[in-house]
Design a protein around this ligand. Structure first.
Ligand SMILES: O=C(O)[C@H](O)COP(=O)(O)O
Length: 420
């Protein structure tokens, strides 16, 4: 370990052992360069330096197209929610769409349901479910049951869908891989129920307790479902338990297209992001399972809309798996699509992220996210490469994620002068 990072942006991690400084893998732009600390940074050729000093996945990946685009774009770092806050994908995307993520809080259950075309009526409550793996003591060993394939998880959903609880309609819908939606339909249900998913391994699932007295009945229903599900899955491997999070009812959000006077569309292979787009009332266009399918869908719908939300998932998944090299590969895979997207000659192209997912943390993090906006008005303000450290030097500096839509509208010539 070399001298801990003394800067402020990359804050010490709080852990069960109390605060401890970072070992030195600091992406903070204000931190002295690795060379000043007597360390040799790896080059893009992929020389692997000491694990504590290698650069981020983005700085390690060979991404010539994103680098070239950054050279003729306005670049910066976005703060998804607030300094130091590691957001979920829901608030992270809502911020990018211009919604205040601290005002519009939508549980993951509604986003997952709407993204999977699961009907949500007023009064229904829905949760995002994970099939997971627990040991004989009920301790979580894998929150994602080895990322079990949909072909294997869908029959398990059918099995759980047959659970009956008096006075409540219980429905279980497969989403993708280890993910499912649990929907409860009945009188007097509440979304104010504690999540059973502790969001980390090595612990037991939490009991589904009521967060408010009015949610007591709902909590009892959920706990009954979990116990019955555990019984039905007991002999399964690896999906022998379920986790539930993000209890939510049907959300009501200002209409994205009306607010920005746009005709928006969303293209996303993963259901939850389709759910986000649908609560913003974007037109969700059906697409395939790969990013190549998404780009094909973009091409075939290009003339139908004036705004596209095009989602890329693999980098996030690799980060959550803690797989640095896989995440580098996913970034290089994305880079290869940039020329084809630019051939459409968008008035404005933004490359943004809803949150950081550093492989060294295997989770979402609070670190600022590299951002790039290209238009015919950004030709002379670029930076050398699309990376955390380079974007920190960009002309936009560090901006709240919820401001990028205004920037985009300005560059697209859609904003009038403010005031007399
Ligand atoms: O992939 C997803 O659904 C989310 O980004 C992460 O959810 P998980 O931590 O439950 O996999």
């Amino acid at each position: 370990m070399f001298p801990p990072c003394s800067c402020t942006l990359v804050t010490p991690f709080l852990s069960s052992r109390g605060p401890r400084p970072l070992s030195g893998l600091c992406l903070c732009p204000s931190c002295p360069p690795l060379l000043d600390r007597g360390l040799t940074p790896p080059t893009r050729e992929g020389d692997v330096a000491h694990p504590d000093t290698r650069k981020s996945e983005l700085e390690t990946a060979r991404i010539p197209n994103l680098d070239a685009l950054a050279q003729r774009s306005a670049c910066g770092l976005t703060t998804p929610v607030e300094m130091g806050v590691a957001p979920g994908s829901g608030p992270g995307h809502l911020a990018l769409f211009g919604y205040d993520p601290l005002k519009y809080i939508i549980g993951r259950g509604a986003l997952e349901a709407l993204g999977s075309a699961v009907e949500l009526l007023p009064g229904d409550v829905a949760a995002r479910g994970n099939f997971c793996t627990v040991d004989d003591d009920g301790i979580l060993t894998d929150r994602r049951a080895g990322r079990i394939a949909t072909e294997l998880s869908a029959p398990l959903c059918e099995r759980l869908d047959r659970i009956e609880i008096p006075g409540v309609q219980v429905d279980v819908f497969p989403v993708q891989d280890y993910r499912f939606v649990l929907r409860l339909r009945g009188e007097g249900l509440s979304e104010q129920v504690e999540e059973t998913d502790p969001q980390r391994e090595g612990m037991r699932a939490r009991p589904a307790s009521a967060l408010v007295p009015e949610a007591q009945r709902t909590a009892e229903v959920v706990q009954q479902f979990v116990q019955e599900a555990a019984r039905l899955l007991a002999e399964e491997e690896p999906a022998n338990m379920v986790l539930l999070r993000g209890w939510a009812q049907l959300p009501n959000l200002p209409d994205f297209g009306e607010v920005y006077q746009l005709n928006p569309a969303a293209i996303a292979a993963y259901p939850m992001y389709r759910g986000l787009a649908s609560v913003a009332n974007m037109q969700v266009i059906p697409t395939g399972k790969t990013f190549a399918d998404e780009v094909d869908t973009l091409y075939s719908n290009w003339d139908q809309h004036d705004f596209f939300f095009l989602h890329y998932k693999p980098a996030d998944a690799a980060g959550e798996d803690g797989d640095f090299d896989a995440k580098v590969r996913t970034l290089e895979d994305l880079d290869a699509f940039i020329p084809r997207i630019m051939e459409l000659q968008p008035d404005v192209l933004m490359v943004a992220g809803d949150h950081s997912t550093p492989a060294i943390m295997a989770s979402h993090s609070w670190h600022p996210v590299p951002f790039l906006l290209h238009s015919k008005l950004t030709l002379g303000e670029g930076i050398n490469a699309f990376s955390e450290r380079d974007c920190a030097q960009g002309s936009l500096g560090r901006i709240p994620a919820k401001t990028i839509m205004l920037l985009a509208l300005s560059h697209a010539g859609k904003l009038a002068k403010f005031g007399p």
